[in-house]
Design a protein around this ligand. Sequence first.
Ligand SMILES: Cc1ncc(COP(=O)(O)O)c(C=O)c1O
Length: 486
Amino acid sequence: MVDRSLSARSLEVLLGDWRGRGSAYEALADRIRLLIVDGRIPVETRLPAERDLAERLGLSRTTVAAAYRRLRELDHLHSVRGSGSVARLPGAPAILPASFESEYLDFSKAAPPALPWLPDLARQAAEDLPAHLGDSGYDPVGILPLREAIADRYTRRGLPTSPDQIMVTIGAQHAIALVARTVIARGDRALIEMPTYPHAYEALRGAGARLVGSPVVPHAAGAGAAARVDADREEAASLVQSIRHSNPVLAYLMPDFQNPTGRTLSRESRARVLDAAARQGTVVIADETIAELDIDRAEAFPPMAADGPAVLIGSVGKTIWGGLRIGWIRADRPLIRRLLAVRAPGDLGTPILDQLLVTRGLERMDDILDLRREQLRAGRDLVERRVAELVPEWHVPHVDGGIVTWIGLDAPVSSQLVLAARQEGLIVTAGPRFGIDGAFERFLRVPICQPLEATDAALQALARAWRSLGGVPLGAPDPELLASVV
Ligand SMILES: Cc1ncc(COP(=O)(O)O)c(C=O)c1O
């Protein structure tokens, strides 16, 4: 059953600058196909009528009809009686089947493989299990030993925390969606960074929020300390202004190694933003899922709630393994109580065995972070070196931590490049997926956390895809545009 539709205007925004060198109908079909493949147009969404889209884009109806026909041939559109043309993925499932996925290098996920000593932790967890088998096992708040371990880590990082301020969740994504459902009422405004982590804004939207964006302000690579301070202040000023003017009920921020740009907000800026939010009654969610993945950052940062009121979200997805699906929320006790009430209709608790495993893992967190630091350093250095060799016209900002880098392409061709990369056996996510209005065509997010051999192969595939685009204007990079997010 089709329950969502896209207006011609919304599709125009998503399309961004879609025209390529070939015929208009092919370029339009290609861009819509990408939007469907990468989830910006969800499967089962009804596309605008041909006439409306033609009018909106200033095209002939024949051109749009030809594009839709092409999409039907490719099995990306199907006609539903009374509902017009509806987006679909060939072979139906919205998630790629494993057999399909395995033929591709998947760089759409910025997540490292599991910790090598995970099986040892699992064996220890199995030994710890009998002590927990006497009760029902339905656990919406988290087992005490794990909440103690999480609270203890916050305390040691400079934020005194007690176990009853912690709720264990099924990963950070679950935590974001749960806080969103608890705080947001339909039509409320929610502030996000631009660009941002897409599944977070999807969760906020899913809870009924109207999104307001505030730009992540970059500093050019190699910029001096003064330029960095200016960029950081500008970003904080924009966040403060958005909070004052839009009065959002919630602001979703990634203060450390922001995904996808890698930038870190200074402590002074954190305090300014949290102060403005507190005055306005805006709940700040600080997603610290990747905050401890420091490679060589000059300064150590405590959790954001050390600088003012903030709900913190954490996870072991990028440290131990995403396959464990363990995350958490740190909040004041009244909010934890509200979260518990909202949680039950969606799920009845976090698996006990995985919690025991993570409890064991947290005992060795310093070793884990040492290992991840070395892996990320090697990944970052490889990406910087190989891109300079393979596609010197791209601009790779030097990140000092986190799991990705936000490469500045030399032209607004991210979506085209991503389609071409598929032909080369690589799945990677186009820049606009990280925004809400079709921006960021000049950027590509490239993970630095995947195994080195795969990363090298991915970069070679990207370089081939780039060359296959041919005719891309290779003029000098436009520093203003590059500077807008890196
Ligand atoms: C910033 C950020 N938040 C949350 C998540 C989701 O984490 P989890 O796997 O714990 O649900 C990710 C995963 O990519 C992420 O990058």
